[in-house]
Design a protein around this ligand. Structure first.
Ligand SMILES: Cc1ncc(COP(=O)(O)O)c(C=O)c1O
Length: 391
């Protein structure tokens, strides 16, 4: 497709790093939109000029507004998304709504989850959780039947990734959620690697919880994770990880136990992370304006191109060939992948390397086809020079 025909390339002007680098790393940190400078200035001006009055005038409701802006991208009803510092914290908030004393105390997940999520749930064993880890054979995906079979009448929660961070495998969230509901379990869907790159509809999926962050595909910067709680659950759950923002009347400063507010405040705890909330809005606005369907269409085409170019060169691709089972990243395990990654970085081709995955390359809506060609050509040159200089 020519640059003329690729309408999304007009957004390149909003991202200054694209003029200086080949930016193929939105799976890790999305490029910063220019609007963040103004947003941060607005934050500083508000603090400087309005002082403590800022809470009442803008800051108290900011978390709710940003939650709704994220909610619009994952089709969550207004008021069903709360925002937090990161995904790990949101898992802790979910966990704190339950105890592990009864027979339904099993946590089922797979070993391709993001490690932080595994560390958190493994640590709940000491609190009575029985953690069942379903294993992958190929490092790319976990067989669906194996995962479904592990979800049984004793399962409380199923915390899984929608798109696997290593391989970009897109899990069948609907089938997993349906099985969980059939046996009375609930799913915590980690949409970090899908939302913004792959359409996510939390209502169509009927997931119980969804979580993720804005710093990758949503171009929102570090410091904002989100938690969607299905509204019927949101009304009755009582997170024990709680605080004064979750109180019905926070300014009564009542002593004693919490009286829970309605969602989304119900799932908050202490003072919200105001600077990060300012910083994330320009990226969210651009993603909403473009629409994830269009991003997905382009992503399927450019990831297919990357896979074809890698396969033509005989490099191992650890990402599904089927576009319907693939997210926005292509993991290429060429020879000497870790060293290749370091050399690419020296050439301002920004990618990363993950063990058992290879070099991860992630085109986004702002990526030109030529940049993909450039990255692949650079890998070829690097491999050639490594061969020549190898002892
Ligand atoms: C699927 C997935 N979940 C979670 C995280 C990060 O979790 P946290 O926000 O707790 O740092 C990442 C990557 O950073 C990820 O790829």
């Amino acid at each position: 497709m020519s640059a003329m025909a690729d309408e999304l390339l007009r957004y390149r002007a909003d991202f200054s790093i694209l003029q200086r680098t080949t930016y193929l790393i939105s799976n890790s940190l999305g490029a910063m939109p220019r609007g963040v400078y103004d947003a941060m200035k607005e934050y500083a001006d508000t603090w400087a000029h309005r002082g403590v009055r800022a809470w009442e005038e803008a800051w108290w409701m900011l978390a709710v507004e940003v939650g709704d802006e994220i909610g619009a991208i994952i089709n969550a009803p207004r008021g069903s998304v709360s925002v937090h510092q990161n995904v790990t914290t949101t898992e802790a908030i979910v966990a704190s709504c339950f105890d592990f004393a009864g027979p339904r105390n099993k946590i089922v997940y797979d070993d391709l989850n993001f490690p932080s999520i595994m560390y958190f749930w493994e640590a709940q064993r000491s609190r009575g959780a029985r953690v069942h880890m379903v294993k992958t054979d190929d490092g790319v995906h976990v067989p669906l039947e194996r995962l479904l079979d592990a979800i049984d009448e004793q399962t409380l929660l199923v915390p899984i990734s929608h798109v696997i961070f290593r391989s970009s495998y897109l899990q069948d969230a609907k089938a997993i959620i349906e099985k969980a509901h059939k046996v009375g379990a609930m799913v915590v869907l980690d949409a970090f690697q899908s939302a913004g790159s792959v359409p996510v509809d939390v209502q169509a999926l009927n997931t119980d919880f969804a979580t993720g962050g804005v710093l990758k595909w949503l171009c929102g910067g570090p410091g904002v994770g989100y938690l969607y709680v299905r509204p019927d659950l949101g009304k009755k759950l009582e997170p024990k990880l709680t605080g004064w923002f979750a109180h019905q009347e926070p300014f009564s400063f009542e002593a004693g136990p919490i009286k829970y507010a309605d969602p989304p405040f119900r799932f908050m705890n202490g003072t919200t992370h105001i600077p990060a909330l300012y910083a994330c809005r320009p990226g969210l606005k651009i993603i909403r304006e473009i629409g994830v369907e269009r991003i997905r269409e382009k992503s399927k085409r450019q990831t297919a191109k990357l896979i074809a170019l890698a396969e033509q060169r005989g490099w191992r691709v650890n990402t599904p060939r089927d576009p319907e089972r693939r997210g926005g990243t292509v993991s290429i395990d060429m020879p000497n992948a870790q060293q290749v990654c370091q050399e690419l970085l020296k050439r301002d081709i920004l990618v990363d390397y993950r063990p058992n995955a290879g070099v991860r390359m992630s085109p986004h809506f702002y990526t030109q086809d030529e940049e993909i060609d450039r990255a692949i050509r650079a890998v070829e040159e690097i491999l050639f020079s490594l061969k020549i200089t190898a002892p």
